[in-house]
Design a binder for this molecule. Structure first.
Ligand code: ADE
Length: 502
C-alpha cells in the first residue's frame, strides 16, 4: 500500500513516510526543510520548534531556561529565566543538566524540569527574542523611529517572578504583556493557549492582541553607541581642530556655543566651543578633562576629545539626535510622552548619577537642560564635572550665573557641593520632567527662592505627577543632606515606580 501511494502521489511522499514509518526515526534532512513551526514528527526530541538551524546535534546542545525554578531538594538545581544549560542525561520529564556561566564553564550540575528548558538556538535565533532585558533597555530599542506601530520583542524580565514579556510599540508608547506558562502551554490571555513561544508570536501576527490589530515586524535592534571616535583616538584625544567641521549651531550659552559637527567628514559629533577662554589654563584644563574622559557609562555623555592648541578650546562629545531634555519635554513630542517613558527617563538619569556617585564625582549642575536625549528616549547626563572647571570661576565672579533654583541650600550658602547636593538638584529635575518642562518655582525670583527654601517652602506636585513620585521629590529636598536618599536608592525606588505604572 505504501509503495502504491508513493507511486501514484509522489509529492506526498513525506506524508506517507510519516504514516507508514511512524516508529522509525525521522531523518534529519526532512526536518531541515521544514520551517513552519507546526509540523511535529512523533520521534522528534524537540517537538516544540522547527528551525533550519535547530538541527545541531543533541549531544552538547545548549538549552535556555524559560522560567525561574526553585530547587526543593539537594539533587535539583535552582535557576533563573535566561540561565543556560548543557544536558548530561535525558530521562522523562526530569533531566540532569550542567548550569553554565557566560563563557560556558560549569557552575553546578543537578536535576532540572525538562519543560522549563528550550533549545537555546531555537529561541535565541529569532529576530524578536532579546533575552534578558529590563524595561528601560526595552523602551530604548522599541521606541526608535525605525520601529513602526506593532513592532515587538520578547524579553526575559529582570524582575523576579515575571519571566517572559511580550513588549509591543503602540502609538509611540510600549505595551507589555506577561507571557504565562504552564504545562507546555504559553499564553497572554487564558482563553488562547499555545504550545510554544514561537506559536504564540505567530498566532498574534495574524490575530488581534488587546487593542492592537496584530503584531507587526520584530523590533529593530538599536546600534550600540561608542565611547570613542575610533580605536586610534582611545589614548590620543588632544586632536587637531582641522579634523572637525562645524555644522548647525545647536545652542548658545554663557559658557559655550554648541554645534553639531563632523570628525574627518564621517562621524557626527557635538562640538562645544568655549567662551571666556582667558580664565582657563591649558594644562589645568587638560588634566581635569582627562579625569572626565575616564568616566564611562551608558547614561553619561562620552567625552571623545579636546582641541586646546589654540583659542577657542573645543570639547568634542557624542552627538545626541533629540537634543536636551528640557526642550524635548516642552515640544509636542515631549507633551505626548506617557508616565512610563517619563519615569524611565528619570531612572536613566539616576542610573548615570549612581555611576558618578560610585566614582566620587559630583556634577554640580544637574538639570533637564544638561540631560541629552537620543533615539528611543535614551538619556545621558552631560556636562558632569565641567561645572567646576569652566563654570565655577564665573560663578565666583558673578553670582547672577548661579542656578539658584536647582542648587541645594548648603551649596548656595556655604559652597558645600556633594553627591547629596546633586540629589537636591535631581529632585528639581524630577519636577521638570513631570511638569513637562515647567520653570521651577514659578512666580518666585531666582534669589528669593533661597530664602523661601530656608523657611521650609517646597514646590507642590506637578498636576500629572503620581503621589509616589512626588514623595521621591520631597525626599530629595530634605533640609539635611544626610536625610536625602543616595542615587543608588533613588534608582531602585524609580525602578519600583516603573513596575507600578502598568
Ligand atoms: N546640545 C548640547 N550638547 C549636545 C549633544 N551632545 N548632542 C546634541 N545636542 C547637544
Amino acid at each position: 500500500m505504501e509503495e502504491c501511494l508513493n507511486r501514484s502521489c509522489p509529492c506526498l511522499r513525506s506524508l506517507w513516510d510519516r504514516m507508514f514509518k511512524k516508529d522509525k526515526k525521522v531523518e534529519e534532512p526532512e526536518r531541515k526543510g521544514s520551517n513552519s513551526g507546526h509540523f511535529k514528527p512523533d520521534s522528534d526530541p524537540e517537538p516544540r520548534y522547527e528551525y533550519s538551524r535547530s538541527v545541531a546535534s543533541e549531544e552538547g546542545a545548549v538549552y535556555i531556561a524559560l522560567w525561574a525554578f526553585q530547587a526543593r531538594d539537594c539533587d535539583e538545581l535552582s535557576f533563573d529565566a535566561g540561565d543556560r544549560f548543557r544536558v548530561v542525561k535525558r530521562a522523562g520529564d526530569w533531566w540532569t543538566a550542567a548550569k553554565l556561566d557566560a563563557s560556558g564553564r560549569v557552575l553546578a550540575t543537578g536535576v532540572v524540569l525538562r519543560s522549563y528548558l528550550e533549545r537555546a538556538e531555537s529561541v535565541t535565533l529569532q529576530p524578536w527574542f532579546f533575552g534578558k532585558m529590563n524595561r528601560s533597555e526595552c523602551l530604548s530599542h522599541l521606541l526608535t523611529d525605525q520601529n513602526k506601530d506593532g513592532a515587538f520583542l520578547v524579553r526575559v524580565s529582570e524582575t523576579d517572578n515575571v519571566g517572559h514579556v511580550l513588549s509591543v510599540k503602540v502609538k509611540n508608547k510600549a505595551k507589555h504583556f506577561k507571557i504565562y506558562h504552564s504545562e507546555n502551554e504559553f499564553y497572554v490571555d487564558e482563553s488562547c493557549r499555545l504550545s510554544s513561544l514561537l506559536e504564540l508570536v505567530q498566532y498574534y501576527q495574524s490575530h488581534p492582541l488587546a487593542a492592537l490589530d496584530r503584531l507587526g515586524k520584530p523590533c529593530v535592534r538599536r546600534k550600540p553607541k561608542h565611547h570613542d571616535l575610533s580605536h586610534t583616538t582611545v589614548d590620543m584625544w588632544e586632536l587637531p581642530k582641522e579634523d572637525f567641521i562645524l555644522e548647525d549651531k545647536l545652542g548658545s550659552g554663557y559658557f559655550a556655543d554648541v554645534y553639531r559637527g563632523k570628525w574627518k567628514n564621517q562621524t557626527y559629533v557635538a562640538i562645544k566651543v568655549l567662551k571666556n577662554n582667558e580664565s582657563l589654563n591649558q594644562h589645568t584644563f587638560q588634566t581635569e578633562v582627562e579625569v572626565l574622559k575616564q568616566l564611562r557609562h551608558n547614561h553619561l555623555i562620552s567625552l571623545f576629545a579636546i582641541c586646546t592648541s589654540s583659542i577657542p578650546y573645543y570639547i568634542i562629545t557624542e552627538y545626541m539626535e533629540k537634543g536636551n531634555l528640557l526642550d524635548l519635554l516642552r515640544s509636542p513630542e515631549g507633551n505626548a510622552l506617557d508616565l512610563e517613558i517619563l519615569t524611565d527617563m528619570a531612572f536613566q538619569v539616576a542610573d548615570g548619577m549612581t555611576y558618578l556617585e560610585d566614582h566620587n564625582s559630583i556634577h554640580r549642575d544637574l538639570a533637564a537642560r544638561n540631560v541629552l536625549v537620543s533615539e528611543g528616549y535614551l538619556c545621558k547626563v552631560a556636562d558632569f564635572g565641567l561645572a567646576r572647571i569652566i563654570k565655577e570661576p564665573i560663578y565666583l565672579s558673578n553670582d547672577k550665573k548661579i542656578p539658584f533654583k536647582w542648587t541645594a541650600p548648603e551649596a548656595i550658602e556655604h559652597g558645600i557641593f556633594s553627591n547629596k547636593s546633586d540629589v537636591w538638584s535631581f529632585g528639581i529635575l524630577l519636577h521638570e520632567i513631570y511638569s513637562y518642562g515647567a520653570n521651577p518655582y514659578p512666580g518666585i525670583a531666582k534669589k528669593a527662592v533661597f530664602e523661601e527654601i530656608k523657611r521650609g517652602y517646597r514646590m507642590p506636585a506637578p498636576s500629572k505627577c503620581p503621589h509616589f513620585i512626588y514623595k521621591i521629590m520631597q525626599s530629595c529636598w530634605s533640609k539635611q543632606p544626610e536625610d536625602r536618599p543616595d542615587f543608588k536608592r533613588l534608582k531602585s525606588e524609580l525602578q519600583e515606580c516603573i513596575d507600578r505604572i502598568i
